[in-house]
Design a protein around this ligand. Sequence first.
Ligand code: RET
Length: 284
Amino acid sequence: MEDLVTNLPNLVSLTDGQWTMGSLILMVSYGAHFAFIIYFIMTSLQLAPRYRVVAVLSAVVMASAGMSLLREWSMWSDTFEFVAATGLWEPATGGQTFSNAYRYGNWTITVPLLLIQLPIALGLARGQLHKRSLRMIVPALLMIWTGLYGQFGEANDFAQLNIWGVISSLFFFWLIFEVWGVVKLGKTETPADLKPWAGNLFWYFLVTWGIYPIAYALPQLGQDGNVVVAQQLLFSIADISTKLIYGVILSRFCLRRSAIEGYEPAVLALDTTGAGSSMASRVE
Ligand code: RET
């Protein structure tokens, strides 16, 4: 029967420290995502109308990911029970099973939204925006769904994990190529002062999205509590970096861009002289 369990956390016992750490990591993650809904909605008010949707999309991503992570957190609580005889948190007999698969389901929604934000922020014209978004979303979804299938091998079938991991990585390379194309195109549309942001965004994307395959492959290091907790930690660092911090960076980029384009609320928001509190004194 045990072979039917496809996710590593259902096969290991955790020390109290490990169990608490896992619970804490997931709680901090969903808490952060929910809290930043407010930040992104408020920020959207300072952006020029054409960029406003970038912050709004971040708020939507926060809500969607927050709910998914809340689900992971409650699954974590329901999966383990404390056994006084061993002093360990053991997978509860007949209890819930823990699975990362819900994360992949959630990415199906959040990843396309994250990708669409980029060409909007970079000011691509409408025709290019649609075409380029589609060209990024296709490999991204194929990457996620092949990875979703592969991750069911993390407990019992490393061949499944690795073969589908490699296939998924090929789609990831294709995606990176498309993102690079968007950034290159976007650079030509970006005001001179902000051009370095575009290149930096690409490298930020590469490093932070690159954390996910490491978390995916981690169970091969061993079936123990440290690996289970480390996997959740990596997923959470990746989640906060690719959605929350990425959203903050894009919003700041759009705020500067809005100001350069003369949008008054953005000019005032960026005014650090103190004079901005009075509209009149800012005009000269
Ligand atoms: C998988 C499978 C193994 C190979 C690769 C993967 C890449 C996953 C990525 C996920 C990004 C998710 C994001 C979610 C935000 O909500 C599927 C783990 C390359 C890059 C950004």
